[in-house]
Ligand binder design. Structure first.
Ligand code: HEC
Ligand code: HEC
Length: 195
C-alpha cells in the first residue's frame, strides 16, 4: 500500500529521470578498472575515506548515474566532483555506477536505539536504517552528519535540484535538519571489501 502510494507520488519524477538515464547498462568489472581515480576519496568499495565524501558503495546504479550526469552537466556543483565528472563519458559513468552499485552493504542501528524513533518524514523513502526503500533515493546510512546537512541546505536553497527533496527540505528548519542528519549519521554502515 505504502509503496504504491509513493510510487504514484513519484511517478512524474521517475519518468523525468528515466529520460536522463534509462535502465542501468554498465559493466561492473570495467567500472572497477576505472575506479582508480575515485578510491582516494570514496574507496574502491565505496566506503568513503574522507569526511565530506559520501559512501557510495551499494547505492542504486540509477542514482549514481544520475548524480554523475548532474555533476558532468553542471546541475549539481561541487569543487571536487565537478572536476572529476567533467572527464567522464556516458560509458564510464554507467560502468562506475555498475561497479559501486554491486557492493554489498549492511546497516545497523546503534545499540539501544529503536527503529520507531527514526525521523518519520524520511523513512518511507530512506528507511529507518538509511537503506533506501525506493530505487530513486540514495542510502543515508552512516553518511557524515555535516554532509547530510549540507545536502539538505542545498535542496532548501535550490542549489541542488530535486522535485522530491526540494519541497521536503523547504519545510525543514535547521533543528529538524540537524536531528535527521544525526539519526542517519549514527547508523553503522559496513561495506564488504572489494573482491
Ligand atoms: C577528491 C575527492 C573525490 C574524488 C577523487 C571523487 N569524488 Fe565523488 N565525491 C566527492 C565529494 C566531496 C562528494 C560530495 C559532493 C557534494 O558535497 O555535493 C562526492 C560525491 C559523489 C557522488 C554523489 C553521491 C551521493 O550520495 O549523492 C557520486 C556518485 C560520486 N561522488 C562518485 C564518484 C566517482 C565515480 C568518482 C571517480 C570517477 C569520484 N566520485 C571521485 C569527492 C570525490
Ligand atoms: C518521497 C521520497 C523521499 C522522502 C520522504 C525523503 N527523501 Fe530524501 N531523497 C529522495 C530522493 C528521490 C533523493 C535523490 C534526489 C536526487 O536525485 O538528487 C533524495 C536525496 C536525499 C539526500 C541526498 C543524499 C546524498 O547522498 O547526497 C538527503 C541528505 C536526503 N534525501 C535526506 C532526506 C531526509 C532527512 C528526509 C526526511 C526529512 C528525506 N530525505 C525524505 C526521496 C525522499
Amino acid at each position: 500500500m505504502r509503496r504504491q502510494a509513493i510510487a504514484g507520488l513519484l511517478g512524474g519524477v521517475i519518468l523525468a529521470q528515466g529520460a536522463l538515464a534509462e535502465e542501468p547498462s554498465g559493466d561492473a568489472e570495467a567500472g572497477r578498472a576505472k575506479a582508480g581515480i575515485c578510491r582516494t576519496c570514496h574507496g574502491l568499495n565505496g566506503y568513503a575515506k574522507m569526511p565530506l565524501a559520501p559512501h557510495i558503495g551499494g547505492e542504486n546504479a540509477l542514482y549514481i548515474e544520475n548524480q554523475l550526469h548532474a555533476f558532468h552537466d553542471g546541475t549539481r556543483v561541487n569543487e571536487m566532483m565537478s572536476v572529476v565528472a567533467a572527464g567522464l563519458d556516458d560509458e564510464a559513468i554507467a560502468d562506475l555506477a555498475a561497479w559501486y552499485a554491486s557492493q554489498q552493504i549492511e546497516a545497523s542501528l546503534p545499540p539501544g536505539t529503536a527503529a520507531d524513533r527514526a525521523p518519520e518524514a524520511c523513512v518511507d523513502c530512506h528507511g529507518a536504517n538509511g537503506v533506501a526503500v525506493i530505487e530513486e533515493a540514495p542510502n543515508l546510512a552512516g553518511e557524515n552528519a555535516t554532509y547530510i546537512r549540507q545536502q539538505l541546505e542545498a535542496f532548501r536553497a535550490g542549489r541542488r535540484a530535486s522535485d522530491v527533496m526540494q519541497p521536503i527540505a523547504a519545510a525543514m528548519d535547521d533543528a529538524a535538519m540537524r536531528e535527521a542528519a544525526d539519526w542517519y549519521a549514527s547508523i553503522n554502515l559496513e561495506i564488504a571489501p572489494a573482491p
